[in-house]
Structure formats: C-alpha cells, structure tokens
Write a protein that binds this ligand. Structure first.
Ligand SMILES: CC(C)(COP(=O)(O)OP(=O)(O)OC[C@H]1O[C@@H](n2cnc3c(N)ncnc32)[C@H](O)[C@@H]1OP(=O)(O)O)[C@@H](O)C(=O)NCCC(=O)NCCS
Length: 194
C-alpha cells in the first residue's frame, strides 16, 4: 500500500547525503540491531546500565520503537555500497512545543570516525527544521563520549546543561551533558555555510 503523502514527507523513503543515505528501517535490520546492541562498547556509550541489552529487550526496542510510529527512526547506510551501518531517530516528538530528542548509533565499529555520524546528524537536523518545522532538537550524551560531543558540536549543538555526576563508569562519576540546537541557530549556520 502506498504511504499517505503527509506520512511520506514526515518519514521519507530516503534522505540522500554525500557519504550516506538515510532509509526507512526494514524488518530484516533486526539482525544488525542484535549485533550492535549486544556490543559492550555500544552499551558503555549509550546506556546508563553497565550490561548490554538482552536479545529480548533488543527485539522489543526494535519492534516497538524503531518500527513503531512514535519514533521517527531512520537506518544509516553508506552511500557507495548501501551497507547498513547504524540508526538514528527522533523521540518525544512534541508538536505543541516544536521539540524533539535526537539519538544516534553507528553500530558498526569500523565505520566510526569517518564522518558518517556527523552527516547523519546534519541530515536529521535539516529534516527536523524544514520538513517537520520544529523549533528545537535536544539530546543527552555522557561526558566521556568525546567523539559524539565533537560530532554534535560540529552540527551546531551547544551545551545547555549537565546532570552532574549522573553516571558511574570506568571507576568514577561523569556528567550527563544536555545539548540542543534551535531553529534560528541552525538557519544562521546553514545560510553561512552556503
Ligand atoms: C557518536 C557517533 C554518532 C559519531 O559519528 P562518527 O561517524 O563516528 O563521527 P564523525 O567521524 O562524524 O566525527 C567525529 C569527530 O570527533 C572527533 N573525535 C573522534 N574521537 C575523538 C576523541 N576521542 N576526542 C575528541 N574528538 C574525537 C573526530 O576527529 C571528528 O571530528 P573532526 O571531523 O573535527 O576531526 C558514532 O561514533 C557512534 O554512533 N558511536 C557509538 C554510539 C554513540 O556513541 N552514540 C552517541 C550516544 S550520545
């Protein structure tokens, strides 16, 4: 069945970038989620809990959230090979206040540090501020996740607060950093970059 036009624009079939393409998730992507989210390093970077998600939890997360309608989740594929390397999403889409929360995981470790995550974030921001007409995109990140923080800063996110010493990892406490970007800030950067 063809998607209704408004749904098509809300969750497009594909969003094309230079290095990557964002595509709608398909049921077969579950296999990759099973691998990514059982990796202890992914758990360290994305979860409050020390242990990775169980297989049952990953399945529930995949069907309820990634394939569900209250998340806007997109698969990240390398553009040249179409290889699936990760996932990104908006949750808590709040139409009354024009805001959402952003999440991203490049699950394939060999694809880290090659610009894919930054480009995926840029594409999702453009989608949020143009097609979805949002006002604010926010996220949280652990203080020790320097690669993620750098990537978010490159996309225009600024630190707006921190939950002090909210996570205990690697033998010490770290802050959870809260970052956001507002439409006006994004638009000003976009104009300058053109
Ligand atoms: C975080 C993530 C999305 C970033 O995407 P990526 O494709 O790996 O990162 P990019 O190559 O686009 O950009 C990373 C930037 O951080 C820099 N960087 C890498 N390691 C760094 C470190 N230890 N300290 C500081 N900067 C670092 C890179 O040099 C690059 O900046 P530059 O282009 O100015 O040189 C991806 O690594 C990921 O999904 N990691 C695992 C899960 C995760 O951490 N998710 C985020 C949870 S909040």
């Amino acid at each position: 069945m063809a998607a209704a036009p408004e749904r098509e624009s809300w969750r497009p079939e594909a969003i094309l970038g230079r290095l990557i393409v964002l595509r709608r998730h398909r049921a077969e992507n579950l296999k990759a989620f099973m691998r990514w989210y059982s990796d202890p390093e992914i758990a360290r970077l994305t979860r409050y809990q020390q242990a990775p998600l169980s297989n049952d939890d990953i399945q529930r997360f995949f069907y309820a959230r990634i394939m569900g309608s209250d998340f806007l989740a997109m698969a990240i594929h390398q553009r040249d090979t179409d290889r699936l390397i990760g996932t990104c999403a908006f949750s808590q889409l709040d139409g009354d206040n024009g805001s959402t929360l952003f999440h991203i995981t490049i699950g394939e470790r060999d694809a880290w540090g090659k610009g894919y995550g930054t480009e995926a974030t840029e594409l999702m921001l453009a989608h949020a501020f143009t097609r979805l007409a949002l006002h604010r995109v926010a996220l949280t990140v652990f203080e020790y996740n320097a690669r993620a923080i750098r990537s978010y800063e490159k996309c225009g996110f600024v630190v707006e607060g921190r939950a002090r010493e909210a996570i205990f990892r690697d033998g010490r406490f770290w802050d959870e950093i809260h970052m956001s970007v507002l439409f006006d800030e994004w638009e000003a950067r976009y104009r300058t970059a053109r």
